[in-house]
Design a protein around this ligand. Structure first.
Ligand SMILES: Nc1ncnc2c1ncn2[C@@H]1O[C@H](COP(=O)(O)OP(=O)(O)OP(=O)(O)O)[C@@H](O)[C@H]1O
Ligand SMILES: [Mg+2]
Length: 282
């Protein structure tokens, strides 16, 4: 079993190109310019950088919705291709920035989870599916009554919990979270970060975490790579990069970091502050 669950080598993504209606060559724009990174099993690895740095594009390659122009990505020692490889598709799940946009507004949370579990053959009856859905909600600190409600009726933080429950439904080993808290208020951000941290530890998940905020990364991640204009310009243990930033750009990111309070977890099994319903519905 390779130590690194994910390995990207010389990953490149270019947009544009081709010909316009007058058959003139359109310019290409390289959003990701030959980056190398790896994520060790059980590790939380962050890609940080300014808007447009290429973080989401790199993340989209990992979940298989963006085809790289060049380079290789391996997952668990095999070439990454979640579009074709069903096991990889299940193993790698994504948590989005905007849970509202990524949840079907017409489906109740229960129907969404039950369908997902049944489609993936993870349960053999409806009652079993419902019981598992309740368990998933419990894992993310939501009550059973959430099953019968639609996404619209939840607060932003609660919706993000539903997004996390959905990602966990298929029992992934690798979670890609693209700015999962940047649309939330600072107080709610902390609670979602705590939840991710607790789940990562309890379920032994490996995490690729995307953010523009080094304060958020500090709470959750072991290692960080700083991206700028499609390249990785600095990489290392989070504590090293935060205390001894080498690149001017990293210093600027640090200066712009949110003032988040230090997160403290209680015992792993105990619910954190969050789970006790402190997020009001909007
Ligand atoms: N489908 C696309 N077609 C053309 N250009 C794209 C496409 N997707 C992304 N880009 C461009 O690639 C660059 C990197 O975008 P990307 O979304 O990866 O940045 P990001 O680091 O995630 O930024 P943000 O923090 O704002 O989410 C940007 O300049 C963006 O405009
Ligand atoms: Mg992005």
């Amino acid at each position: 079993m390779p130590d690194n669950l994910l390995e990207a080598k010389d990953l490149r993504v270019a947009f544009g190109g081709g010909r316009d209606i007058f058959l003139r060559r359109k310019p290409t724009f390289e959003a990701v310019r030959g980056i190398d990174f790896h994520v060790a099993r059980g590790e939380a690895f962050a890609l940080v950088g300014e808007s447009g740095a290429g973080k989401s594009t790199a993340a989209r390659c990992v979940v298989g919705v963006q085809r790289p122009t060049a380079g290789t990505v391996t997952f668990d020692g095999k070439p990454l291709d979640p579009r074709k490889d069903h096991a990889q598709r299940r193993a790698i799940q994504m948590v989005f920035q905007d849970p509202q946009g990524s949840l079907n507004p017409r489906m109740t949370v229960g129907t969404m989870l039950v369908e997902l579990l049944r489609l993936n053959g993870l349960v053999d009856s409806r009652p079993a599916a419902r019981a598992r859905a309740v368990e998933l909600l419990e894992m993310v600190g939501l009550p059973e009554s959430a099953l019968d409600r639609r996404p619209r009726s939840f607060s932003g933080g609660q919706r993000q919990r539903i997004g996390i429950a959905r990602a966990l439904a298929v029992e992934p080993s690798f979670l890609v979270a693209d700015e999962p808290v940047s649309a939330l208020d600072v107080s709610i951000q902390a609670s979602i970060l705590l939840l991710l941290k607790r789940l990562q530890e309890e379920l032994g998940l490996t995490l690729l975490f995307i953010s523009h905020d080094l304060a958020v990364v500090r709470q959750l991640c072991d290692r960080v790579a700083v991206m700028s204009e499609g390249e990785i310009i600095e990489e290392g243990a989070v504590t090293d990069v935060l205390h001894h930033p080498r690149h001017e750009f990293t210093k600027q990111l640090l200066a712009a970091a949110t003032d988040l309070p230090e997160l403290k977890m209680r015992t792993p099994a105990a619910p954190d502050v969050v789970s006790q319903g402190k997020e009001p519905a909007r």
